[in-house]
Write a protein that binds this ligand. Structure first.
Ligand code: SF4
Ligand code: SF4
Length: 396
């Protein structure tokens, strides 16, 4: 991936690792500087009762003084007593909506007599600053990097967009109701993969951001922004923030031996049980920051002189997703849930060398019936420990 080099031939850029403090009153100066450097900014904003990602033109677009309350199948916005800019966790959107858009034209073919020509789609590679990327989301982007540009077949649109991202991370100052990033080793602290990382600190009259530089690109956008050098107290406060968040995380997912556990329990009775609740609505896969399944479709014009190929998000919960020449392979909802969870938590290791889950909790919050994959893993573990036999008829 063509990312800013953290370490060039002469060693790391001198500013990488530098920590400074930005006062709340100067936050808009940071936004202005990012824009002056040529980036459009996208980040968290309140829309339709949720914190979603959209254009940020001014700091008033941010969810100032809002927080989210999440539980399985539940999401509510509430007012905070302070004016925190990043006092929430993650919402229904993830950064994949920019890097891997839900619908994207790939190319257009034009008929020319008995032949045809193809116009490739120009890449939308406008430099873009992603403001407010959480640790689990940095991990999710790293996973999608592996999928889209880490192998022999490179997705040109993803690669072009990814190359021009200025990634501004934010340390989580509270755990969300459905998060379990600690179990997945993906958070809550952001340790690398960012251009800048912010830690918001609100104590009494103090409202500041500790700013850590992660790349030369990040250092460049700080030029001219009023900062003071961070002292030991500032750094200790950042460490304490991340520690507190980690300690308050309510959910866990035991990853110990999970690959063999899940793939060895394909007939576990839990698949049938969860399949009775699952609506196959696909919400979990749409909200998941790592799910990348998609379909392509050809869209001809009326006189068939031109056809466009579009890619759109698809889901392994859709009946048609496993359609082969004789029909769908996974005809039942239990088999589709099993496919999703065993891929995400087990066979993803075989395919990409890591789990496909970063513990963001979105699939739990946005499941309309509150299905919780951490509870599903626990149920399968307990069935395995008890030696429970498969359900009659299995889940195929
Ligand atoms: S599977 Fe669920 S918790 Fe894991 S990354 Fe996807 S949405 Fe987040
Ligand atoms: S697990 Fe929940 S969100 Fe996912 S398809 Fe089933 S009902 Fe929908």
């Amino acid at each position: 991936m063509d990312r800013p080099a953290l370490q060039g031939p002469g060693g790391p850029h001198p500013d990488v690792g530098r920590r400074s403090v930005l006062g709340r009153a100067d936050f808009s100066r940071l936004l202005a500087s990012i824009r002056t450097a040529g980036y459009r900014i996208v980040g968290p904003t309140v829309r339709d009762g949720a914190i979603v990602y959209g254009p940020i033109e001014a700091e008033s677009d941010l969810p100032v003084g809002w927080t989210d309350r999440q539980e399985a199948g539940t999401y509510r916005l509430e007012r905070r007593a302070d004016g925190a800019l990043f006092g929430y966790n993650v919402g229904p959107h993830s950064w994949k909506k920019y890097l891997f858009p839900s619908r994207e034209r790939l190319f257009t073919a034009h008929r020319k007599g008995a032949s045809f020509s193809i116009d490739a789609e120009p890449a939308d590679d406008a430099p873009t600053a992603y403001l407010g990327v959480r640790a689990c989301e940095v991990a999710a982007i790293r996973i999608q990097d592996r999928v889209f540009v880490g192998g022999a077949a490179v997705d040109p649109g993803y690669a072009a967009r990814r190359r021009r991202v200025l990634l501004i991370a934010v340390q989580c100052a509270q755990a969300g109701g459905t998060c379990f990033c600690v179990s997945m080793g993906t958070g809550p602290g952001v340790t690398d993969g960012f251009d800048l990382a912010l830690t918001e600190r609100i104590e009494g009259d103090r409202h500041e951001f500790l700013v850590e530089v992660g790349s030369e690109r990040g250092a460049q956008v700080l030029v001219g922004v009023p900062l003071r050098p961070a002292d030991a107290d500032d750094v200790a406060a950042m460490v304490a923030t991340v520690d507190r968040t980690a300690r308050s995380m309510g959910r866990t997912l035991d990853q110990n031996g999970i690959h063999d556990l899940l793939l060895g329990r394909l007939d576990d009775p839990e698949w049938e049980k969860v399949g009775e609740r699952c609506l196959a609505c696909t919400n979990c896969t749409m909200a998941c920051p790592t799910c990348f399944c998609h379909s392509t479709e050809e869209v001809p014009n009326l006189d068939a002189s031109q056809v466009e190929r579009w890619r759109r998000w698809d889901s392994c919960f859709n009946l048609g997703f496993s359609e082969l020449h004789t029909g769908s392979v996974r005809t039942t909802i239990p088999s589709r849930y099993r496919q999703w969870m065993t891929h995400k938590l087990a066979s993803w290791f075989d395919q990409f060398g890591s789990s496909g889950c970063v513990g963001c909790g979105r699939c739990i919050t946005w499941c309309p019936v509150g299905i919780d994959l951490t509870a599903e893993v626990r149920a399968i573990r307990s069935n395995a420990a008890a030696g429970r036999p498969p359900a009659a008829g299995g889940s195929g």
